[in-house]
Design a protein around this ligand. Structure first.
Ligand SMILES: [Zn+2]
Ligand SMILES: [Zn+2]
Ligand SMILES: [Zn+2]
Length: 292
């Protein structure tokens, strides 16, 4: 804004050409007047547009796509200061987002884990440490009574590192640390890590999730600066993942490890392509699958 403009030819609102001289007092006057006129015009238009908008459009449609937090992205500080709750499946959603049935379906599968103080990223090494099982583990049987109630036994029972319940369920024991942190009940081991407690028991090489540094229990997650995941097992299964650990590790890969593999731009998303098909399939868009 300055000298440059003083010699410009400009059109005024009426279409006449005004040559502005450098003795700019006159120019400044014209300029000021024009700015005033423009401001008035804009004001009118703005108000007009605004009133039209208020009448017609309900709200801007904001589609939230949850990407894995590959790069730390801050959410509002308001959320960060909230006390920790078992968020599980709850995610604040605007009423206008609940219309179509397909988007509703998508919403049902949306996993929301509040952001912690540290970014949650995993490497290929973590993925290698994910377990597996040959036979499926039947949930809600071991350590439950005939009515399907879990049997708590503070005297004879032992504590599961993951769910912290003291039950008579069969627990794992870690061949490396031999610590209570290596004790997981069958249901937790299966839903959170995709492993079978009986197979783990037979495997002399078996080590606990803590020793593998892939433990996703609330306490370990908090130690890492991450928020608890809540009960997301049913969702991750519908999304095609074997367990919560598989879901977390495969969807939160560090950028370096992805770049290093030459597979840039391939970022596993929380909602893989097979979302329409809710039948259980193998893990979707794993890097291994993409490479072959
Ligand atoms: Zn447990
Ligand atoms: Zn261990
Ligand atoms: Zn843990």
């Amino acid at each position: 804004m300055g000298n440059q403009r003083n010699h410009r030819k400009e059109e005024d609102g009426g279409g006449a050409v005004v040559v502005v001289s450098a003795s700019s007092q006159h120019y400044e006057q014209i300029r000021e007047q024009r700015m005033k006129e423009n401001a008035e015009r804009m004001h009118k238009l703005g108000l007009l547009n605004l009133s039209l908008k208020l009448k017609k459009t309900p709200r801007p449609q904001i589609k939230k796509i949850s990407l894995p937090s590959i790069q730390p992205q801050r959410r509002s500080s308001r959320i960060m200061t909230l006390p920790s709750v078992d968020y599980g499946s709850k995610r604040p959603r605007a009423p206008h987002q609940q219309h179509s049935s397909s988007s509703k379906k998508k919403k049902e599968l949306e996993i929301y884990i509040p952001e912690g103080t540290n970014p949650e990223v995993y490497t290929e090494e973590h993925e290698k440490l994910l377990g597996d099982c040959e036979t499926a583990w039947e949930l809600y049987v071991d350590g439950y009574d005939e009515d399907g109630e879990r049997i708590y036994d503070p005297t004879k029972g032992e504590k599961c590192h993951q769910c912290r319940l003291i039950t008579i369920s069969q627990l794992t024991s870690c061949n490396k640390c031999e610590l209570p942190q290596g004790q997981l009940c069958g249901d937790c081991l299966y839903t959170r890590y995709g492993e079978n407690v009986r197979e783990a028991d037979f495997n002399p090489q078996w080590t606990c999730p803590c020793c593998r540094e892939i433990c996703n229990c609330n306490s370990c997650r908090r130690k890492n600066g991450w928020m608890p995941t809540g009960n997301i097992y049913n969702k991750v299964v519908k999304l095609g993942f074997k367990s919560v650990a598989h879901y977390l590790i495969k969807t939160r890969r560090s950028v370096e490890s992805i770049e290093g593999s030459g597979a840039e731009n391939i970022v596993a998303q929380e909602i893989p392509e097979t979302t329409q098909d809710t039948t259980q399939k193998g893990p979707i868009r794993t890097r291994r699958a993409l490479r072959s």
